[in-house]
Design a protein around this ligand. Sequence first.
Ligand code: SF4
Ligand code: SF4
Length: 547
Amino acid sequence: MSKTLSKVKTEGEMKKKRKVVPLDAMWKEDDAPLTHVDLEDLMPMPEPFEERPFTPLKTDVREKFEASLDGTLAVGIPKPKDKEEERKLIEKFLSGLEKLFQEENNWTFLQPLLLSMEHCARCQTCSDACHIFEASGYNELYRPTYRSEILRRLYYKYVKKGGLLSAFRAGEIKLNWKLIARLAELSYRCNLCRRCAQTCPMGVDNGLIAHELRKLFSQEMGIAAKEIHDKGSMLQLKVGSSTGMNPEVVKDNIQFIDEDTSEKTGLKIETPWDKAGAEVLLIHNAGEIMSWPENVGAFAVILTAAGVSWTMSSEIAAYDGINYGLWYDDFQLARVALLHAQAAKKLGVKKIVIGECGHANKALAVIADRVLAGELNVRRESAMTLLEDIVMSERLKLDPSRNDFPVTLHDPCNLVRLMGVVEPQRRILRKIAPKFREMEPHGVYNYCCGGGSGFAIMSGHNFMDWRSHVSGRKKLQQILNAFSDCKGPQTPKYVCAPCSNCKGQIRDMLAYYGMWEKERILYGGLVELIVNAMVDVKPGFIEWEWH
Ligand code: SF4
Ligand code: SF4
């Protein structure tokens, strides 16, 4: 079954037909989902987009897991065995709720959380900013304030202990296991992109609220998406990388990448390991090493050709910039950030440079400031600014005509809106890509790729369908619009996404909707475009093959 819904509905029509989910449905004691996104609800898309069906959850999955939110599973919380287990889970939730609002237990975000609890004017300005709310056809469940209202009511009732006054001030709430289970799933229907927070006149941050909920569930109840916890930060702390690579394996892989890159470029490339006193410790998202070795190779080419003194570290976690704790657990974030800083300190490097990975940049360069005190507060910098210095100072000989194809730029939320690294990558593209065009809107007003906050690596059950139909929809619309003047497979096109997670999501979206075959849209990083333009490199560094 396939169906094109292009240009069928106006925004006004979509809003009129939107699905309403009253807040009190959240504590309904039954297993039926509160809502479901149907194909006819979804935001229209430009041609040649074709709709795909939604996979329903299997009966045995519904029986085993709490799936009564929206018929989709991101976390997959097992149903409690009996009432006693339910009671214990509710107690744990209440204890976590209390801790969330205590200074000694929430040393990271208490102040903005309190502000967000107490100052919402309920004006709904934030709602129009949310790509998930819009793409879903303005389904009430995905309104940025929906989960916030639930937490706000719980806060007034159980933390501020307002009694009847709390119901009067904030609204009624009934705490039961169904509410908790639905709220946990709902905290994973937000990309934490904070586009909504940017528009709020009161400074309320609904993205932060979703984050704090995830934190409560993880830190207090052991509930988290397995891809970011068990297979993510836990694996990274144990073996060194969430990819599963230990130091020996990563060195082997990099050696292979060096050989391949040398052959491909005609330059002698050898990645330095554990070089004491180097200027730069380069930390990639290790997913690049596994999935996009050309990105890792391109970094090595640029740093070598520009004469930068650099190194990688083979210490546990120091060769993997991933820090999934950013999305769900402050303790996990702190543990990984400490390993990164300790490795830099041990080598005595001047600074850490974080590769093309938005969340790794924000975790280490910004949020880790709360953790890295004293001598561990090593200088940290995004690769974007280092690359800008290299390209703009003419340290590389570049021929932009080698990039003579349409290029657009995706702004990773963590790097751009949430860190303010907006222009360096653009200045580079304006210099090396003559057919560069912006998406609209862009910069700090960008839309999330739909893979933010861990979604890019989460595909269990039917979540891949949800993140393709809903969270990634706006970005795909933007990509297709950016290339509307060169439609068709006869023109190869390039989406530059300088972030590993965004790249993964964009790859999955393009593949899910067949956009390589239909439109020849390829995706990749920024460094590949730079190397592709280097005169001293054999032509054709970017290979126009789907991967
Ligand atoms: S979060 Fe801000 S923008 Fe949204 S309803 Fe509340 S006050 Fe308005
Ligand atoms: S943080 Fe992003 S995804 Fe989450 S509610 Fe706000 S705009 Fe929507």
